[in-house]
Design a protein around this ligand. Structure first.
Ligand code: HEM
Length: 409
């Protein structure tokens, strides 16, 4: 069998490639990229399981998530892995970025690896933003209202982007299916495509190692396989155990079903967007755009072009005073704003932010079956207009009923 494959595939070359030595001074921080990749795969696997039960419509989404958490075997565990995995992904990718900055691994010839990395960071944040709406509970709904309003403040394209995200003028059924499509089709394709390119660059240029390596030492370290692979796999196992413990012992929040008329709700995004959210509080009125658009965009552009802006010699971060100061200010700023955002009360909104009109009443009677509640008992949702109840036409309002099968008979 081995001979058969050897004759047909370049296995010897592949094996030699895998066994190529890494730079001499490599430490545990060099496993962070592999951990990010592991988390991406874990998110894909757990997400695929959740998609078996989830339904992206305002009538079903919340019920489906409740059903996954309470009825589906291992549903709560898998949902927990997906939920805590998302947070872990943001932390690990951020730490991986910091490691690249600390050892100035973004410098020539690795500028393209860095640029693809920044795009991956945006994709990871995109996963977080689109996934947050899917449970269709109060926090999901109102955080998305704020998020889309923020997008709409961008000059020229803002309104267009907001309209495309919402699929109309309000957040509703079309928004939910758009976010679901982005979360489960567009972003995963983009993520795996970009990771493929990222890894190709990483292998093509070889690992940069730490700046203390002499040119000879770059090819004198342990081999990628089996040594580095073994360390990476141990890291993945430890990470998985930590996530499994979180999934088992920490419940994943699910608030009441989204109520678009509840404008008094205190909107809060996922923790990794809190620093941006907090930033908005310092720029109100005509200055709002500074917090919603100018600072985030300038920050992202500077990050993207960092390898071309930083022309200093390659050295570890603490030997580069300017880079050290900028990195420290950014990290302390982001962490500080996140803490402030987490502990502060409701966002003070200006006229243009947040408030969305209540949805139009539905005229048709809808019947939708939902996942089972108790054994054998099905719940039916009816929406009846006031007209159908009282025979009037003016000021139609929608009434929601939930009747069990038993009550129907
Ligand atoms: C889903 C997100 C990401 C994945 C799966 C990923 C994966 C990897 C892997 C496996 C490596 C090689 C091992 C290592 O050096 O840790 C690597 C290296 C690298 N990554 Fe990422 N990465 C991601 C995000 C990022 C981000 C956000 C940046 C920076 C903005 C970045 C920049 C780099 C650079 C410059 C290298 C080369 C480092 C060197 O040669 O020493 N990556 N990445």
């Amino acid at each position: 069998m081995r001979q058969f494959l050897n004759e047909r595939l370049p296995l010897a070359e592949f094996s030699a490639h895998l066994r190529k030595p890494l730079p001499k001074h490599i430490n545990l921080l060099f496993s962070l990229g592999s951990l990010a990749m592991f988390l991406l795969l874990l998110q894909a696997a757990t997400g695929a399981f959740l998609a078996l039960y989830y339904s992206p419509s305002p009538e079903h989404a919340h019920n489906a998530v409740t059903y996954i958490s309470e009825e589906v075997p291992f549903g709560s565990f898998v949902r927990g892995l997906h939920h805590w995995g998302a947070s872990a992904m943001v932390i690990i990718v951020f730490l991986h970025l910091l490691r690249v900055v600390i050892y100035s691994s973004y410098k020539a010839p690795r500028e393209l690896t860095w640029i693809v990395g920044v795009l991956l960071l945006l994709v990871v944040l995109g996963f977080g933003f689109t996934g947050y709406l899917l449970p269709w509970d109060e926090k999901a709904y109102w955080a998305t209202v704020v998020g889309v309003e923020i997008a709409s403040t961008a000059p020229i394209l803002g309104d267009f982007v907001a309209k495309v995200l919402r699929g109309g003028t309000e957040i509703g059924a079309v928004t939910l299916s758009r976010f679901y499509a982005l979360h489960t089709i567009w972003l995963p394709w983009l993520a795996f495509g970009l990771v493929g390119v990222h890894l190709f660059f990483v292998r093509y240029y070889g690992s940069s190692g730490t700046p203390q390596n002499t040119p000879e030492e770059i090819k004198m370290g342990k081999p990628f396989y089996p040594d580095q692979v073994f360390e990476d796999v141990v890291g993945m196992l430890i990470l998985f155990v930590a996530l499994a413990a979180a999934a088992l012992f920490m419940s994943v929040p699910l608030e009441d079903v989204a109520d678009p008329t509840n404008a008094s709700y205190d909107p809060r995004p996922e923790w990794y967007f809190l620093f941006l959210f907090q930033l908005l509080k310092y720029f109100q009125g005509p200055l709002e755009i500074v917090g919603t658009f100018v600072i985030p965009t300038v920050g992202m552009v500077l990050l993207l072009f960092l390898p071309f802006l930083d022309k200093s010699e390659r050295a570890v971060l603490w030997k580069r005073p300017v880079a050290l100061t900028v990195t420290t200010v950014c990290v302390v700023g982001i962490v500080g704003l996140t803490i402030l955002g987490a502990s502060s009360p409701k966002l003070e909104t200006t006229d243009s932010t947040v408030v969305q009109e209540a949805p139009q009443p539905t005229e048709e009677v809808q019947e939708v079956s939902t996942p089972d509640t108790e054994e054998g008992e099905e719940v039916f949702d009816f929406q009846l207009t006031e007209e159908e109840i009282e025979g009037t036409q003016e000021d139609e309002e929608v009434f929601d009923f939930q009747l069990t099968e038993e009550e129907l008979q």
